[in-house]
Design a protein around this ligand. Structure first.
Ligand SMILES: C[S@@+](CC[C@H](N)C(=O)[O-])C[C@H]1O[C@@H](n2cnc3c(N)ncnc32)[C@H](O)[C@@H]1O
Length: 252
């Protein structure tokens, strides 16, 4: 493998030449105009660092997700990473032994960022523009990674139903969730912004999303817990009570 997962970064097993390093720095910079979400940190064998300026601390979050059910052993599996962004979880799937990995994102600029990361890392994953509708109806993936997407959709049941059809074995589902147990059975539709992001449409109580995943076609759905919870009373810039991400394992 050309890369290892380090404590704080992806560790390239070779040293980048000064020319390569400068070129990659420039290419990362050129892709900044649409904004980065994932912060990928790549250290080469000489300790030189390349870093995308996203807000999502990928490697740091992975250690936490692992404690909440993120698949650690993907040996021999085919993996679909839906909403792959700059490809971090696709790369992790490959490093964890996946036979094949397809990362799909409907935003071309994120795919472009991902393709650059793929080139730097030299990992054999396929990243392309697309969504749940761009795959043939008989396409099946042993494992689907579905992180940070369902709260960005206006029609989550339609999406989950299509993704359930694409899943052969297991889906790892992560979403922004309502943290107050009083609202576990409910979902909140946001018209406007939450966390300064107008693409946040729904936030689900754990029991609500568990039921949705079952109705979408998963036989067994288990809430793994809140990945983290905000301090009590923390508010978004809009004045809403800040909620927190939670994770599920969904079996076909
Ligand atoms: C909050 S980011 C999460 C990215 C990544 N999965 C993660 O957890 O770091 C949501 C991503 O999903 C993509 N996305 C949203 N809906 C999608 C869909 N229906 N099909 C493919 N990509 C989608 C967005 O373009 C964005 O890159």
């Amino acid at each position: 493998m050309t890369v290892r997962l380090g404590k704080n970064s992806l560790l390239l097993q070779r040293t980048l030449s000064p020319e390569e390093y400068t070129r990659y720095e420039q290419l990362i910079e050129e892709r900044r105009s649409h904004g980065y979400y994932q912060r990928l940190v790549i250290d080469d064998a000489a300790g030189k660092r390349l870093e995308t300026p996203g807000t999502h601390p990928c490697v740091g979050v992975l250690a936490t997700l692992d404690r909440y059910g993120f698949p650690c052993d993907l040996r021999g599996r085919s993996v679909l990473d839906i909403g792959c962004n700059a490809g971090f979880y696709s790369f992790i799937a490959k490093l964890r032994g996946a036979r094949s990995v397809l990362g799909l994102d409907h935003q071309p600029h994120y795919v472009d960022q991902g393709l650059l990361m793929k080139e730097i890392l030299g990992l054999d994953v396929e990243l392309r523009q697309g969504d749940q509708d761009s795959l043939p109806p008989d396409a099946r993936y042993d494992v689907v990674l579905n992180t940070g997407v369902v709260y960005h959709l206006q029609n989550p049941m339609e999406f989950l139903t299509k993704v359930a059809r694409l899943t052969g074995e297991l889906m790892y589902l992560e979403s922004e969730m309502l943290t107050d147990p009083k609202y576990s059975e409910y979902a909140w539709f946001i018209e406007g912004k939450y966390g300064e992001d107008p693409s946040n449409w729904w936030i689900y109580g754990p029991l609500c999303l568990e039921r949705m995943a079952r109705a979408a076609g998963f036989r067994r759905v288990e809430f793994q817990g809140f990945v983290w919870k905000p301090r009590r009373g923390t508010r978004t810039p809009e004045g809403f009570l800040r909620q927190g991400p939670g994770a599920f394992l969904c079996w076909k």
